[in-house]
Every structure is written in structure tokens, then in C-alpha cells.
Design a protein around this ligand. Structure first.
Ligand code: NDP
Length: 451
């Protein structure tokens, strides 16, 4: 085959697998996008010629480094840190840092790849990146977390910068960890700049950042439902996770009149047939966030609820599902159960929580499916606004930020819709998000030439 002959999807994926052996999460993420892009670029020679998809699926840079720290018993501990800078065609690399024992290069490459399209959809000047470490903050003392964060930033600082790469939080990285890392960056460089987002309000953080991902996912859900002339009010909703995204998605869904009946963590899920209210959600935020407790304790506090160990919430009948915990938490069987129980919409609060097989089941059943790169883009959007505020050394008002978030989510919905409508009338948001996200990055890359 001549170099410029078009490869087909299967040949493309074989190449991805050959060049990235064993990185199954990365293969999954690339396939999920490539399916739609191959179809879209079929008759668009310029994207083929410039090998755009092949280039987006090859990170600009993957940095991996040793992170040594001492625990409270003076044992030397060794972790691995990473930063994957996937693509900066649209702006500085941007994406969270994840501290979790499951972190590896494959997971971070999948997340950085996804982030590239998500950030494109926000309409802001943001490239895509992701990073983190296999460090597990659970059960560590504050000073252990501080020593780890300082050691991690002692290497990371040379790869990031307010116009280069601006990391944020993700699983296991909240305001405490961002604070320790920002402090170390400032100490090493003697510069007070917006090099991280998700900062505390007193030192450069943005209002509404904490709520943005969960609220944004529910706004996206609202816009999807409007297309079929339905609304959130009165719908039964299952939510997984009990962290930042899950609790804020639950909060907004309840505020809009939805009945949220589940939350979960890695130990199992709680089912509250009475539905959550603000008091219960505040309790979960405290218990899971600051006290780092287990969701099973919910049933001691709220007596009508039950706990289901080692299970996910998808067996509970609902009309809407909001997976907000982690990747691959809704599998094909779960999707079938959800569909059989009358699911009408699923919006992804977490990144890639639905397996490709499960997505196929939802698409076949014509369930509205809000993919992560669109539905959970609210968080990175407000992070982008945090960067703007930092550059201008200003702090915008809460109302203004809520309005901007609502507008950005509506615009993302419209961008997806442009490429989503199918001949039978089904709105395929996954396809719409992939194509709209891809097109902007691809067109910028074409303008830059072969670099
Ligand atoms: P948090 O660390 O605040 O919460 C994560 C939640 O998921 C916890 O309840 C955790 O439970 C649960 N969880 C983790 N692993 C599993 C598992 N294997 N099975 C079941 N539950 C699990 O993270 P976030 O809420 O910030 O992030 C959740 C998801 O949303 C991630 O996919 C993240 O990438 C994505 N996301 C987050 C954004 C943000 O702004 N925070 C932005 C965009 C996407 P436990 O306490 O037991 O570990």
C-alpha cells in the first residue's frame, strides 16, 4: 500500500494497538472516537492527507517520572508520576491530575485523548492533557499527602506553566492537594500565576468551579430531554459515585425536581426510595469529602435507605442514569437492565463510564446518550474561566459564572446536535460530540502544517 492510501478503521486500530501495546483503555477511547470520525472524513481528503486522526492519537508528549516521599514512619516510598500532553492545537494543555492506585499510562492517555475533544467542545482556548500518579491518598495523613504533593510538583513544575499546561484536580486531587502543589510551584519558581485550576477562592480559584461538572451534566441532560419534550421534574434518577461530580449532579437534579434514589462508592451503592434532598446530599458531601467515610454509613443516618455491597446502582429502576464515579462502570448487561427498566436518558458525569458495548445497547434502544466529552465539560469550562480570571487578576461574581456555565453547556449541546441527527430522527450525541470536537482541532492542525 502506498503511504497516502487511506487506511480503513480496522487497519487504523491495528496500528494503534501495535504502537501502544497493552494499553486497553487507550485503545477503547481511540476506537470510540475513530468509529465516527472515519465516517465523517470519508469524503474529506484534506484530513486524510494530513493524517489528522493518527496525529491526535499520538500524544505530543508523555512524561513519566519517579516520585519519592517519606511516610510518617520514615519509610521511603516510591511512586510513579505522569503528565500526558496530548494536543495543544487550540490552547495550552489542560486536564486534571488523578491520584489513584489504578493510574497508569494507558488510563492517562485515554483521559488526555478524550480531554482534547472535550476542551474543543467548550469553545474556549484549551488543548488536552491529563496526569497523575498511582499514589493513593486514602488513609494517608495530611503531612504525608503534603510531602507527596511537594515531591510530585518538584518534577512536574518544569513541564507546566500558565501558557503551557495548566493541570486541575480529578479523582483523589481536591483543593487540599491543589493547595500543596500550588505552594510548591510558587516556592520553586517564585511566580504567582494560574498554573493550576481548582484553587481555593482566597488564592486565585474561581467561584462555581466545584459545582461545575455535576451541574453542567444536569444542564446537558435538561437540553437533551427538551428535544423529546420531556423535563427533569418528576423523573427517577440513579446516580453513581459520591464524590465531587456525583454529589453536585444529584444536587442540581434534585433542585430541578428530579427524584435521585442512589449514590455509590467503591464499596457498593445506597438506595434511598424516598429520594435524596439537600440535607442528605450535604451529609454525603461532609462524610465522603472531609471525613473520607464510606457511603454505606448513609443507611445508619437515613433509616429508609438500604446498602448493597459490591454492586452498582444500575439494577434500580429509573428513567435517567447519571454515572459519576469512574470509567467502565456501566457494562453491556447493566445497559440492558437499564433499558428494560424504562431508561430514557443517560448522561456521563464521569469519564468513559459506559463501555463501548453498553453504548451500542443504548444507541440501539434510542436512549438519549450524553457522552462525557460533552456532558461533563462544565468543569473544564469553568477551569478555563479560572485561567481568564487569573490572567486578568480578577474574580468574577457567582451569578455571572453560573450564567456562563449554563450558556457554555447549551452551546456544547447545539454543537453536538449539528452532527448528531440520524436519518431515523434519533439524536446520536456521541457521534455529534466526536465530530464537533474533532473538527475544530483538526482545522487548527491543518492551519499549522505538519508539526
Ligand atoms: P472524586 O474523587 O470526588 O469521587 C470519585 C467517586 O467515585 C468516589 O465516590 C469514589 O468512591 C467513586 N469510585 C472510584 N472508583 C470507583 C469504582 N471502581 N467503583 C465505584 N465507585 C468508584 O472524583 P470526581 O467526582 O471528581 O470524579 C469522578 C469522575 O468524574 C471521574 O471519572 C473524573 O475523571 C470525572 N470528571 C471529574 C471532573 C471534576 O471536575 N471533578 C471533571 C470531568 C470529569 P471511593 O471513595 O470508594 O473511592
Amino acid at each position: 500500500m502506498a503511504v497516502n492510501d487511506h487506511v480503513n478503521l480496522q487497519q487504523f486500530m491495528e496500528g494503534v494497538k501495535r504502537r501502544n501495546p497493552g494499553e486497553i483503555e487507550f485503545h477503547q477511547a481511540v476506537y470510540e472516537v475513530a468509529v465516527d470520525i472515519f465516517d465523517f472524513i470519508q469524503d474529506k481528503e484534506q484530513y486524510h492527507e494530513a493524517q489528522i486522526l493518527r496525529r491526535i492519537a499520538e500524544p505530543d508528549r508523555v512524561v513519566s517520572f519517579r516520585v519519592c516521599w517519606e511516610d510518617d514512619d520514615n519509610n521511603v516510598r516510591v511512586q510513579r508520576g505522569y503528565r500526558v500532553q496530548n494536543n495543544n492545537a487550540l490552547g495550552p494543555y489542560k486536564g486534571g491530575l488523578r491520584f489513584h492506585k489504578t493510574v497508569n499510562q494507558s488510563v492517562l492517555k485515554f483521559l488526555a485523548f478524550e480531554q482534547t475533544f472535550k476542551n474543543s467542545l467548550t469553545g474556549l482556548s484549551l488543548g488536552g492533557g491529563k496526569g497523575g500518579s498511582d499514589f493513593n491518598p486514602k488513609g494517608k495523613s495530611d503531612s504525608e499527602v503534603m510531602r507527596f504533593c511537594q515531591s510530585f510538583m518538584t518534577e512536574l513544575y518544569r513541564h507546566v506553566g500558565e501558557d503551557t499546561d495548566v493541570p486541575a484536580g480529578d479523582i483523589g486531587v481536591g483543593p487540599r492537594e491543589i493547595g500543596y502543589m500550588f505552594g510548591q510551584y510558587k516556592r520553586i519558581t517564585n511566580r504567582y500565576v494560574g498554573v493550576l485550576t481548582g484553587k481555593g477562592l482566597e488564592w486565585g480559584g474561581s467561584r462555581v468551579r466545584t459545582e461545575a461538572t455535576g451541574y453542567g451534566a444536569v444542564y446537558f441532560l435538561e437540553d437533551m430531554l427538551r428535544q423529546i419534550k420531556r423535563e427533569i421534574e418528576g423523573l427517577t434518577i440513579t446516580v453513581s459515585g459520591s464524590g465531587n461530580v456525583a454529589t453536585h449532579a444529584a444536587e442540581k437534579a434534585v433542585a430541578m425536581g428530579g427524584k435521585v434514589v442512589t449514590l455509590s462508592d467503591s464499596g457498593g451503592y445506597i438506595h434511598d426510595p424516598d429520594g435524596l434532598n439537600q440535607e442528605k446530599i450535604d451529609w454525603v458531601k461532609q462524610h465522603k469529602g472531609y471525613r473520607r467515610g464510606r457511603i454505606e454509613d448513609y443507611v445508619k443516618e437515613f433509616k429508609n435507605a438500604s446498602f448493597h455491597a459490591d454492586k452498582t446502582p444500575w439494577e434500580v429502576p429509573c428513567e435517567v442514569a447519571l454515572p459519576c464515579a469512574t470509567q467502565n462502570e456501566v457494562n453491556e448487561d447493566d445497559a440492558r437492565t437499564l433499558v428494560n427498566n424504562g431508561l430514557i436518558a443517560l448522561a456521563e458525569g464521569a469519564n468513559m463510564p459506559t463501555t463501548n458495548d453498553a453504548v451500542s445497547v443504548l444507541r440501539e434502544a434510542k436512549v438519549l446518550f450524553g457522552p462525557a466529552k460533552a456532558a461533563n465539560a462544565g468543569g473544564v469550562a469553568v477551569s478555563g474561566l479560572e485561567m481568564s480570571q487569573n490572567s486578568a487578576r480578577l474574580s468574577w461574581e457567582e451569578d455571572q459564572l453560573h450564567e456562563l456555565l449554563r450558556k457554555i453547556m447549551r452551546d456544547i449541546h447545539s454543537s453536538c446536535q449539528r452532527y448528531a441527527e440520524q436519518p431515523d430522527g434519533y439524536i446520536d450525541y456521541a457521534r455529534g460530540a466526536n465530530i464537533a470536537g474533532f473538527k475544530k482541532v483538526a482545522d487548527a492542525m491543518l492551519a499549522f502544517g505538519v508539526v
